[in-house]
Structures are given as structure tokens and as C-alpha cells.
Design a protein around this ligand. Structure first.
Ligand code: 9MR
Length: 390
């Protein structure tokens, strides 16, 4: 045990030197912050990815390809802090096949190349989703001008072509995203409706998509990914039952992704229990899209707009405790193999555009400076005694 610990510490030290030159990490203040036993560290060093080596849990971020490569500070954070990346948008069907039959892989290829250059694993996101479909296929996710058989054929082609394009380069694929409603009923999108009209099991499109993806890249870990699975309830229970059906049919599902879009007003979910019960089915689990939103202060300079400053110190404290608890829950479950945050900085988060009056959901502020929640995650990674991932 002592040997292993000292090896890990040595590896951390070596990796710090190898991937994190001090100048690149120096905080504006250049201060040091002790975050663990015997550690005296600069404000951003060692990075999350270096600290994650202790448990083997991969820490990741969603990447906005409009910023990656063009915004130097943003790009530096992605490259230096994380050891897995997820394209926030550029692998979605709408983006890769904007015109029927004409693929545009450029942005996604750039993400994969950046990941390879920085020794990061890629979570592919996402093959089958009712949202962000190309407009030639569906503008609302529930209606389409194609026949049911055509929808099935198009889905087959899409899954095979995309997985084949990235074969060997994707660690985890979110094969199917958000197929269930919060009340546990299946979402009746164009895929569900096509299979239903064909007289097939309406949810058979999910099994098909996993099988097609597996044929195209047998080594990728294939995930079902959804939100609100963190809370035990109708949706989590429905997905829990459904993935067992997939397993009984020998569908090649490797894991379940818990998105982890949390909001301080709803309380902290019984996340660890849920991760644990899915893991007990023989599945891997992952936190795939973590962010923690809260109510924020209005912007006095722009009426109707908001800042990214929590309304009260108490809300900031609640956010921090949610960040800490999500990471602790994942670390506690050995089968939880990655912990991905949904974006780098508050200024590029999807939250303010969707939840008016809420924000401050990420680890870095609008000026790309680390927030206390970033330090909280480093502290957890450094101090938690977690089972090692293999
Ligand atoms: O962050 C993504 C945002 O840029 C897109 O406009 C949005 C479209 O719905 O999708 C966001 O990402 C979603 C992810 O792909 C699936 N889970 C929910 C995420 C937040 O909406």
C-alpha cells in the first residue's frame, strides 16, 4: 500500500513537470494553496488531470469548437486541465450532415486531433437524439417527411457512417441520448414513431443503434446517456429497467451516462445510490455533463440581463457542496470511469440561454479565472481515498 502510494505521488510529480510547466499555470496572483496532505500548490497546479491520476478517474470537459483553437486561454484550459473531452455540439447529426448525403467532419476531426495531441480520450456525443437533427430530416424531432422505413434506413446509415469515420478514436460513445421522459415513459420522437409504424418494438431503434455502432467500432464503449437519472424516481427507474432488457437481449451496452445538470433549488440527488445500482448490473457509469446552476445577480448595467455572480453567498456555498458531492459520488463507485463538466467557463455555458436568471454553473468565471468550485474538485481528487479504476 505504501509502495503504491509513493508510486502515485512520484507519478503525480513527474506528470506535473511533464505536462504543466509552472509558467503556463501560474495564477495572476501567483499564490500557493495547500490542498492536500503535504501539498503546497499554485492556484491551478497540479491540474485536475494530474490530480485525477490518483484514482484513475478521467476528468473531462465539453468543448466548444468555436473557441477551441481560436481563444488561447480557453484552449489552454482544455488542454491542460482535462484528460477526456466531449464535443459539445460538433458530432451531432445536425452538424455532421447539414445537407443530406454530404458530411462535414471538419470540426469534429479537429477535436479528435487536439485530443490525440494532448493525450486525451474522446467521449463521442451523440449519435441518436431527438434534438439537433438536421432540418432536412426533422425540425422538431417528432415529425418528418420521410417514411418509417426511410427513417430506419437513414438512422442505420448515420450510425454506421459516423462510428466508422471515427473508428478507433472514440473511448465512449453516447449512442442514444435522452430517450425517456421525466415520468418514465418513452419519448415519442421520429425514431420511436417510425419503429411503431413498422410494427416493431418502438424502442427497438435503441437496440439497433447499439448493435450497428458495435459492428462499426467493436472497441468503443457504448453508452446510454440521460439527465435526471441522478434522482431515484420514475425516470431513473424506467431506464434502470430498460437497460436490463437490453442486457437480456445481449445488446452491446457498456454503460450509462448520468448527465448531472444540477440546480441548487432542487436539492442534491441520491446520486451515489443510483450510480451504484446501475453499476451493480455490470455496467460502467459516468458523469457526462456536470454543471451546477443557481440564481444569479441581475446586471445593473443591462436591465433584463444577468451576471454570473450567485445571488447570495449561501447559494455559492450550496453550489460548491454540489460539485464536491458529485465528484465524491463518482469516485466512490469504482465503475464510474469519467467525470465530465459541461463546458469550461460561465461565459460559454448553455444555462443562461435556457434558464433566465440562472447561471454561474461552471468551474471558471467569465474571465476564465478558476472559481472556488474548481479548487473544490482539486481538493476532492487529492484527498479522497477512492478505489482505483483499471
Ligand atoms: O450545450 C449544448 C448547447 O450548445 C446546444 O445549443 C444544445 C442544443 O439542445 O445542446 C447542449 O448540450 C446538451 C447535450 O448535448 C445533451 N444534454 C443536454 C445538454 C444541454 O442542453
Amino acid at each position: 500500500m505504501r509502495i503504491r502510494r509513493s508510486l502515485v505521488v512520484a507519478a503525480l510529480a513527474a506528470a506535473t513537470l511533464a505536462v504543466a510547466p509552472a509558467a503556463a499555470f501560474a495564477s495572476p496572483g501567483g499564490g500557493t494553496a495547500p490542498i492536500g496532505p503535504g501539498a503546497h500548490l499554485t492556484a491551478t497546479q497540479p491540474s485536475l488531470r494530474v490530480l485525477s491520476m490518483r484514482s484513475g478517474l478521467k476528468v473531462g470537459t465539453a468543448v466548444n469548437m468555436d473557441l477551441y483553437g481560436s481563444d488561447a486561454a480557453y484552449t489552454r484550459i482544455v488542454d491542460q486541465q482535462f484528460n477526456t473531452v466531449t464535443p459539445e455540439n460538433v458530432m451531432k447529426w445536425q452538424l455532421v450532415e447539414p445537407t443530406q448525403g454530404t458530411y462535414d467532419w471538419a470540426a469534429a476531426d479537429r477535436l479528435v486531433a487536439g485530443a490525440r495531441a494532448h493525450h486525451q480520450l474522446v467521449r463521442g456525443h451523440t449519435l441518436v437524439w431527438h434534438n439537433q437533427l438536421p432540418s432536412w430530416l426533422s425540425t422538431d424531432g417528432v415529425t418528418t417527411s420521410f417514411s418509417p422505413q426511410q427513417v430506419r434506413d437513414l438512422l442505420h446509415k448515420h450510425v454506421v457512417d459516423e462510428v466508422t469515420h471515427f473508428r478507433g478514436q472514440i473511448w465512449q460513445w453516447d449512442v442514444v441520448n435522452e430517450a425517456f421522459n421525466d415520468d418514465g415513459t418513452p419519448r415519442q420522437d421520429i425514431f420511436f414513431k417510425a419503429y411503431q409504424a413498422l410494427g416493431l418494438d418502438p424502442l427497438g431503434y435503441i437496440a439497433d443503434a447499439f448493435r450497428w455502432a458495435h459492428q462499426a467500432d467493436p472497441h468503443a464503449l457504448l453508452f446510454y446517456n440521460d439527465y435526471n437519472l441522478e434522482f431515484t424516481g420514475a425516470k431513473s427507474n424506467a431506464v434502470y429497467a430498460f437497460v436490463q432488457q437490453l442486457q437480456a437481449q445481449h445488446v452491446p451496452i457498456a454503460g450509462v451516462g448520468f448527465q448531472g445538470h444540477l440546480d441548487t433549488q432542487y436539492g442534491f440527488p441520491d446520486l451515489q445510490n443510483n450510480l451504484q445500482r446501475f453499476a451493480a448490473l455490470g455496467l460502467k457509469v459516468a458523469l457526462t455533463e456536470v454543471d451546477v446552476r443557481t440564481f444569479v445577480q441581475p446586471d445593473p448595467a443591462k436591465p433584463g440581463s444577468y451576471t454570473d455572480i450567485p445571488l447570495t453567498p449561501a447559494l455559492q456555498a450550496t453550489q460548491e457542496s454540489y460539485w464536491t458531492q458529485t465528484l465524491q459520488a463518482c469516485l466512490a463507485v469504482k465503475q464510474c470511469i469519467s467525470y465530465t463538466v459541461w463546458g469550461v467557463a460561465d461565459s460559454n455555458s448553455w444555462i443562461p440561454g435556457v434558464f433566465a436568471g440562472e447561471g454561474a454553473a461552471l468551474l471558471f468565471d467569465d474571465s476564465l479565472q478558476p472559481k472556488p468550485q474548481y479548487q473544490d474538485l482539486r481538493h476532492v481528487l487529492w484527498t479522497t481515498k477512492a478505489p482505483r479504476r483499471v
